[in-house]
Structures are given as C-alpha cells and as structure tokens.
Design a protein around this ligand. Sequence first.
Ligand code: AMP
Ligand code: GLY
Length: 421
Amino acid sequence: MKVGIIGSGGREHAICYAIKKSKKVEKIFCIPGNAGTHDIAENIDLDINNFELLKEFIKEKKIDIIIIGPEKPLVEGIVDFLETNKIKVFGPNKLASKLEGSKIFTKNLCKKYNIPTAKFGVFKTKEKALDFLLQCKYPLVIKADGLAAGKGVYICENKIQGEQAIKEIFNGKFGKANEILIEEFLKGEEMSFFIISDGINIKNFGTAQDHKRVGEGDVGLNTGGMGAYSPSRLENDVLNKKILDKIIKPTLRALENLNTNFKGFLYAGLMIIENEPYLIEYNVRMGDPECQTILPRLKTNFFEIVEATINQKLNQIDVVWSDAKTLSIVQCSKGYPKTYENNLEIKNLDKIILTENEFIFHAGTKISSSKIVSNGGRVLNFVAKSKSFKNSREIVVDLINKINWKNGFYRKDIGYKVIDE
Ligand code: AMP
Ligand code: GLY
C-alpha cells in the first residue's frame, strides 16, 4: 500500500517511522517532510494548505491512505474535502475539529454536558471583558478563541496583565476576535491523555507530560514543546476511568448529537487535582513532542491500527503497550521561540549508530546541497526508551553531546518531576 503523511515535524517523522514497520506498506510520501523523513519516505514539496493540489497529487500517485499530522488542515476541513473526493484519510472532520479550532465551542459543550473544566465566561466586547476584570480574583486565564499555535493563552497575575491580554486579543493579535474567553485558574498537575477513535470504538492511546516553557524549571516563554515523557506519573486505573467517563465519552456523545463523530487521535490536555480530571483543552491530533515518546512504547503494529480506524474496526485490535519509560528532549535553534537563524549545518548525524531503543526524530531540518541544515525553531528530537526515566534522560543527553551541534540549545531538566523530586 501507499501511504501519505501530511506535516513536517518530529511528530510526522515518528509517524513515518512507525508506519514504515508494516510489511503492507510499500511506499510512503511525506508532504512536505524534513531531512529525517527523507531517509524513509519520499518528501513532496507541496503547500499543505492547497487542498486541490494535494488531491491531484494523491490521485496521480494512487495513494491508498492519507494521515494528517497537524491541526491547521484538520480545522480547515481537509478530511471532508478528501473524503468527498473518495480518498481514505485518517483524522477528524471539520466539525469534530472545532474541539481544537474553537476554545469557546469546547467550553460551551463542556457546560451543556457537565464535563469538568475551569469556570468561564465568554465576552463579545472589549468593554464587557474589561468590566468583568474588576470583580475577578487572580491569577486568571484569558484566551483567544481560535488556533494560535499555542500562543493565545495568557495567565494573568493581576488586573494590569488582564487588561493587556484583552486588548491584544481584541486588537487582532491572533486574527479577528469576535469573542474572548476568560476562565478560572486551575492549580494542579497537567497530563496529556490520548485516545484513538474510529467513530464507533475508542482505545486508549497513552499518556504523556510535555514541558512547554523554554527555560529549565518551567520558566520563560511558551514554546511548541521542549521535551516530554511517557507515561505520565499521574496515570492510574481509577483516574483513567474518570477521564473516559466524565470527559471523553460525554464529548463523543456531544458530537453524535451534532450528527457527526470523531475519527483519529483525540488529545485531552487535563489538569489533575486530587486525582480528579478537569479539561483544559482538546487537540484533534497527536501531541508534538508527546507522539515521539508514545509511539516508541507501542507494541501493536501502528499501521494496523490506522487501517482499522479508517475501516471502523478498531474493536478488532488489541492495542498493547510496553512498560518502558520514554523521554524526549527537543534541541532548538538558539534564540527560539524568538528569532533564530536557519540554514545552519548539522554535522555528525550520519556518524551516530542508534540502538533499537534510541531515536532521533527530525523536526526543523532540511537537505540543502546534500547537507542537513536547520529549518525551524525546534530542530531535532532525541528520544530514548528504557526501564527508568532517569536512564532514558541520560541516554538522550549522551546522544545530544555526540551530535554536538553548536547552534542549538536544549533543556537538561526534562522530566525533573519524575526524576529529581
Ligand atoms: P492551552 O493552549 O489551552 O493548552 O493552554 C496553554 C497552557 O496554559 C496549558 O498547558 C496550561 O499550562 C495553561 N492553562 C490553560 N488554561 C488554564 C487554566 N484554566 N488553569 C491553569 N492553567 C491553564
Ligand atoms: N505539545 C503540545 C501540543 O502538541 O499541542
């Protein structure tokens, strides 16, 4: 079979790697891919926002299944478009993708179906939002409604910061804003919880914890994710059941009542307070870098799972996990998440021989004049799988030192809560 993967990050490289293991898969196209996917797939330089061009390419190459990695094409309806054109695709449709595409849609759904989440208010004008701040306790969380590449969330310590956030959002920092979300600050520990659904059946797809802040000790600016580990230390059977019963299942019921369903990965960003889950946000895709830690723990053939999801036969698959602890560290370009330089050569990658429990998933890399060069803020994901998080982190740091890329930096403290505390 021929498989196409849309995206160019570490998540998509990890997906390519997992798909490649299937004997059924004869060819993988990665659109547009990176220097890592180049080794195992054919990279195709197409604009992933141009659905018409994508469709023509998929038809021309007779690609059997398309897997969508990132959220933007999902929220813009790529699944509906490709399915209308009789192309088999792994990912949720446009309506289901509103779970990530509109935070206000999700909050209203939580209210209607009694899904535990932070208390909230929706405000249609700057004046009403500013007025509301006068009666609030701090910290307070203010959010832009739509996709904002992880940047539309403000944790405000006081009224002045709140006013600034409201003004920035209504002044269009994240696109035209008709509404704004203000919510209570929840104090607990975060956990990323994943399921896979075929529209009828669901299976757990692991837990993880990522580190979003750029600095060690979780300080500084927000990033796409500086590292992650799996499983989350909070995972336990009682909590799993609560998450499914109180959050995931009511959400899927809500979609059914809207005459749709969810196919693909659903990622619940949760706050856990005294073993009780609260929904912070939904993503309608795998997490990045969580995916790079979850897929290496999967024992079941990943392509079988993808096929079963598309054919609505997930009930026939046993999804089996290794007990190992995986940890990933993201090496970033110096300056990220602010400005940084691209096109800097990364040497030594070809000199590294990886064991079966070590992985280097590329993110912002490309090939230029037969050399691997940087092409983004988050550049390489180093991942190790072992019996303990401590050991995995040591292996990862060793790998990073072997590459010794002078233009990069990384957080040495990924997983500190499960390793050092
Ligand atoms: P989001 O993009 O919604 O995941 O928000 C980014 C980050 O902001 C989350 O990972 C949390 O750390 C934090 N956050 C968002 N909403 C809340 C909340 N209601 N209470 C506490 N922290 C929050
Ligand atoms: N690591 C966070 C995300 O993928 O949204």
